[in-house]
Design a binder for this molecule. Structure first.
Ligand code: SAH
Length: 261
């Protein structure tokens, strides 16, 4: 087992059954981190549409590929998922017990793909709380805003660390993200939007006004920051954790309009 690759294999058949039950079977599946192939096999037996699974570790990949060779609709690929182009040019879903050390890059990459219709993944419990936290809750963070701008996030069920081999040091939660264009359709410039959100949470205990004027992502300067917040109808003394997706949308679109010559 390679700890550095986040190799904690699922060993609990109850949890496996719960994941298979929740997973849609009417869309092709992308899996990240085949491991021993326990989830891949469970899915392969439950559906007939293509399953493409990435495994970065050569020996793990070889074992899984041998083990699953009889399933014609399953393709195991030896690659770093973060380095590949997502192969589907049609609606698909992600179903995976992913390596935790790259949770956010995986979620960001999947949410950026226009064909993804659902992301069903196992994540560290604390990350699940952050993804799903609503405005006013203590786990509300830039990752909450990032995820909820692009998807409806739902915590499905908790998973104890003892369901894995070897057990990781943290407990897990299985989460479901269903992409939505509710917000993204209204954002004029998503890069600016993301920079504003990052800036807002960059300075803990700093006001939104000082975050926007001084963060390394944006550095608007205090005059422009104040003008933009006033024009968006946002109290410049609030902290980032007090602002909603709608508030961030207003700020981002106002900034884009201000920059129009
Ligand atoms: N899904 C399996 C394995 C989970 S462990 C199960 O439920 O049992 C996570 C797996 O992801 C490990 O096998 C690890 O080698 C693999 N992995 C880690 N980083 C990866 C990456 N960047 N791309 C693809 N696979 C990766």
């Amino acid at each position: 087992m390679k700890k550095s690759l986040g190799q904690n294999f699922l060993g609990d058949t109850n949890i496996l059954r719960k994941i298979i039950d929740i997973a849609p079977k009417d869309l092709p599946v992308l899996e990240i981190g085949t491991g021993s192939g326990i989830l891949t096999k469970g899915l392969a037996e439950a559906m007939t549409l293509p399953i493409i699974s990435y495994e970065i570790d050569r020996s793990t990949f070889e074992e899984a590929a041998n083990h699953l060779a009889l399933f014609n609709h399953v393709q195991i690929i030896h690659a770093d998922f973060l380095g590949v182009d997502i192969p589907f040019l049609e609606p698909f879903v992600v179903i995976a017990n992913i390596p935790y050390y790259i949770t956010s890059p995986i979620v960001e990459k999947c949410l950026a793909n226009p064909w993804v219709r659902g992301i069903y993944i196992m994540v560290q419990k604390e990350i699940a709380y952050r993804m799903a936290a609503k405005l006013g809750e203590k786990d509300y963070s830039s990752f909450s805003v990032f995820c909820q701008t692009r998807a409806v996030v739902q915590k499905c069920f908790p998973v104890s660390r003892h369901c894995f081999f070897p057990p990781p040091r943290v407990d897990s939660t299985f989460v479901k993200l269903i992409p939505t264009t509710l917000w993204t359709n209204q954002i004029h410039d998503i890069e600016i939007y993301d920079k504003i959100v990052h800036s807002a949470f960059w300075g803990k205990r700093k006001t939104i006004s000082s975050c926007l004027s001084r963060s390394p992502y944006l550095a608007l300067g205090s005059v422009k920051a104040k003008a933009i917040l006033d024009a968006s109808g946002i109290n410049s003394q609030l902290r980032g954790e007090k602002l909603s997706v709608q508030d961030y949308l207003n700020i981002a679109n106002t900034l884009v309009e201000f920059n129009v010559p």
